[in-house]
Design a protein around this ligand. Sequence first.
Ligand code: SF4
Length: 328
Amino acid sequence: MNAVLQPLVEVPLRHDWERDEILALMGLPLPELLFRAAAVHREHFDPAQIQVSTLLSVKTGGCPEDCGYCPQAQRYHTGVDASKLMDTGEVLERARAAKAAGATRFCMGAAWRSPKDRDIPKVAAMVAGVKALGLETCATLGMLGADQARTLRDAGLDYYNHNLDTAPEFYGQVIGTRAYQDRLDTLGHVRDAGLKTCCGGIVGMGETRLQRAGLLQGLANLPAHPESVPINLLVAVPGTPLADDPERSELDPFEFVRTVATARLLMPRSMLRLSAGRETMGDELQALCFLAGANSIFFGEQLLTTPNPATSRDVALFERLGLQAMQA
Ligand code: SF4
């Protein structure tokens, strides 16, 4: 029997995955793939516990980058109004509300190519304030320099989000203003500063299964598995190139589940987050994703600019599935 088809449960932590090994896992009969992913999930986590984060856009729109999926790029006409960096007081008010709703991690996002050094003290003040509320802190600010990463760490930042987005060979079809290597460099600065990494990607952008395997290969073969791995399903916002691409077809929901399950097998100790696109998923699809090893979601009715399920719907779904919000 092919090694990949053996009824293994234990998958060791590895950073040397070959693309064809990953493809073999992704292509297993779905019940077998789900069984393996669920078994690995149970070895490292309580499958009834879901980590809950809340995301706030602290500086929206007007971004000079050209990410083909992003409504915040100023070059696309998506109806997103650009705004300045929020006041720290307003951010803290939102963080208190997120904590009251059950979030344990508060993520602050700014639509920058990279923060200017003069922005860092303002973000550091937000981070310090959110941390003082007893929440885990996360920021996503674009490319980050080594000194900037250390300053934010010293302010109390726990996680930095910076996604690989997709497979290296598909990347250039989605983003032209920064290279895949730039992303690896930022992730290196973040790790070197001792911050935890939140790093994932987006599926449903017109990539092939081979390229979805390439995204997972890039993530699993990083020097350390990201502590958080957001798996986003493209939200096709009118005005963005990907939404307007007539060649792109919608992703089969089972392909999304296969991607989640394979990510769980490759990165068994990472928190695997259902992120953008959850609003359009039925409860049954989300339940399958939890079975496949997803164990983190965003609570709150908006992500950076795209919609998210109402908190009341999530609370009801948790009740129906017997799930609980993980405590920090
Ligand atoms: S994804 Fe981030 S870097 Fe890319 S256009 Fe949007 S805000 Fe800018």
